[in-house]
Design a protein around this ligand. Structure first.
Ligand SMILES: [Zn+2]
Length: 351
């Protein structure tokens, strides 16, 4: 597998936010840059264009970025479940963003893909991406054949961590805590993705916090994920709303005591995950992202409050300033797709 060799342009601090994306739609394109002969708002296109694809449970997003990870163009399509449809959608989104960028997919040094599930970063094979309707898929090789280029595949949370690290210009170390259907973190140390012996680094959602708690799909009992995740909320709060977190927060705001109790466990669970990440890796920042944060941005203030409360009773925690390390990934930052485009850039890639 080839390594990407890019000239390293000097990259100013930037944020990858675009101005127009507000919510997922059926299909959208975003011209962040301009035509091929002028400069984008983010700065000159000083290095080769790279393409990143984030395959999510509801949408597939492709971005074209410059050598500094600045978004030039993005395209978003609804994800269709099933192995063949997942690949076709990724190909369609990437081809369109390449067309907008005036580059040929076959001419790119490498294309990066972030995808849920267990990913073998050497073979590009994906397993157990259940919300994509995929139990096993040779994603890397199949996309490489379609594009005529090298394709790097990684777990979506790890890719998003790499993207958030670049987009938010965090220094040294950072954890990206993804609060979606499940709960997991991607950890960056000295600019590199921390993977661990078996790729389990950052799986904080499966740290048991309540021996008498609910059985987790992982087989343990009382995992953090059983209270602090979209699936955990759906289990505890039955509703017809397709977004149980939204229904829960509305009920809690309306004074429902049971809803408030579930929300309290959710907030304390998120705060616990932040504490675990700081106490184990002492990351400079814990960046929250994922669908749950988009639905409940007010939760962040509550997490902040819980962390501040713990500091009041613990001089040790107070000295670590947990609330001061909490950050939120900017809406519309394309962090996951940007991170996919940058896969291999951090030197942690196995080849
Ligand atoms: Zn578990």
């Amino acid at each position: 597998m080839r390594r990407h060799r890019s000239s390293k342009p000097s990259c100013d601090r930037f944020d990858g936010r675009r101005s127009t994306l507000t919510a997922p739609e059926q299909s959208k394109e975003d011209d962040v840059g301009s035509d091929s002969t002028s400069t984008s708002p983010a700065g000159p296109r000083s290095a080769a264009v790279r393409i990143g694809i984030d395959i999510g449970g509801t949408k597939t997003e492709a971005v074209a970025v410059d050598g500094c990870g600045r978004v030039l163009y993005s395209v978003e399509l609804p994800t269709v479940p099933g192995p063949r449809a997942v690949i076709d959608t990724a190909v369609a989104a990437a081809n369109r963003v390449a067309e907008l960028s005036h580059v040929a997919m076959s001419g790119l040094d490498a294309i990066g893909v972030g995808v849920p599930g267990t990913v073998n970063t050497v073979t590009g094979e994906v397993q157990h991406a259940l919300n994509l309707g995929v139990t096993r898929l040779d994603l890397g090789n199949q996309l490489a054949q379609r594009f005529g280029s090298t394709v790097r595949v990684d777990n979506d949370v790890k890719a998003a961590a790499l993207g958030a690290y670049r987009v938010m210009a965090v220094r040294n170390s950072m954890a990206y805590l993804n609060l979606g259907t499940g709960t997991a973190a991607g950890i960056i140390v000295d600019g590199r993705v921390l993977r661990g012996a078996k790729g389990a680094a950052g799986e904080v959602g499966h740290i048991p916090i309540d021996p008498g708690g609910a059985r987790c799909p992982c087989g343990q009992r009382g995992c953090l994920e059983t209270v602090a995740s979209g699936s955990g909320i759906a289990r505890q709060w039955s509703t017809d709303d397709p977004y149980p977190v939204r229904a829960l927060l509305a009920a809690a705001a309306g004074g429902d005591l049971a809803a408030r109790a579930v929300q309290r466990r959710l907030v304390e669970g998120i705060a616990s995950a932040v504490r675990v990440l700081v106490l184990t890796v002492d990351v400079n920042a814990v960046v929250l992202g994922g669908g749950l944060t988009r639905l409940g941005r007010t939760l962040i203030g509550e997490v902040h409050g819980v962390l501040a409360g713990w500091a009041e009773s613990s001089p040790f925690l107070e000295s670590l300033n947990l609330p001061g390390r909490l950050m939120l990934v900017p809406e519309g930052s394309h962090a996951a797709a940007v991170g996919a485009a940058l896969l291999g850039d951090d030197g942690s890639w196995k080849s």
